[in-house]
Design a protein around this ligand. Sequence first.
Ligand SMILES: [Zn+2]
Length: 63
Amino acid sequence: MSCEHLVCAQCAHPVIEGRCPLCRANRERMHNHGFAGLSPALVAVLLLVLLFATLVLRHLVGA
Ligand SMILES: [Zn+2]
């Protein structure tokens, strides 16, 4: 989820511009959470696990 299209309830400007403390807080929170509330590092680990599982399954099927 991106904050680019969100409008701040306090200053009525796009949150991405960070014009007030609420904007900056929301922008920080959303950017730090990464994809679907997961941290970018966790997403990377999940992708590696998925890739590894796919390789193992292909090996098992081919054997
Ligand atoms: Zn604001």
